[in-house]
Unconditional design. Structure first.
Length: 201
């Protein structure tokens, strides 16, 4: 059964093995980058962030397990195609599974603000998972180690994408996720002090 629709400019349809290979390579690289930035953050302030590297040792492991693994093959491939300027469309049922997997991921992992919300649904924008949902997510219960891991995640993504973590924070802090003043100050302190490395080719 064909479950991937590609634009006419694509000459070949990616198979599941290609998707799996890319997912494994990209996700493992991301995890390594997160651990690198966790180490930088813990070294930056060992009193406040003692234990951060230990907490991050299982970063994003849920993506390799059900119910996240299969849908995240499509999530990751979708981002790849977007970065490559290629069209990638999936049927509605696959898109639904991608959103459900994303929701499962953010409520199951401490480095996501949604983990600390009293709500467990309506946390993801179904049209664009990188934009705020209808209602701001309350992250005011998020502890400092998880704030540190979240910032390491943002720094890792910035290195991978060549983007600015402060711009990402400006678009999301107290817009997508509600933080208290101390949390907000900590976020901007970390991403202001820890510099993003240039991506190693």
């Amino acid at each position: 059964m064909n479950i991937i629709k590609l634009s006419r400019t694509e000459s070949t349809e990616p198979d599941k093995e290609a998707m799996k290979a890319f997912f494994d390579k990209r996700t493992n690289k991301h995890i390594d980058l997160v651990k690198k930035y966790c180490k930088k953050i813990e070294n930056f302030d060992s009193d406040r962030f003692d234990g951060l590297c230990d907490q991050a040792k299982d970063h994003d492991q849920s993506k390799f397990e059900d119910p996240e693994y299969e849908p995240y093959l499509y999530v990751t491939w979708s981002y790849k195609c977007k970065d490559d300027g290629k069209k990638f469309e999936v049927p509605e049922e696959i898109d639904k599974a991608m959103n459900e997997a994303t929701n499962h991921h953010v409520i199951s992992n401490k480095h996501h603000p949604e983990y600390y919300s009293d709500k467990k649904v309506g946390l993801i924008n179904r049209k664009d998972r990188d934009k705020p949902p209808a209602e701001m997510v309350d992250a005011t219960k998020m502890p400092i180690l998880s704030i540190g891991e979240m910032c390491a995640d943002w720094l890792a993504m910035s290195e991978e994408k060549g983007t600015n973590p402060e711009k990402w924070a400006d678009k999301n802090v107290n817009i997508r996720w509600k933080f208290n003043d101390e949390q907000k100050d900590t976020i901007y302190e970390i991403i202001g002090e820890i510099k993003v490395d240039e991506e190693e080719k």
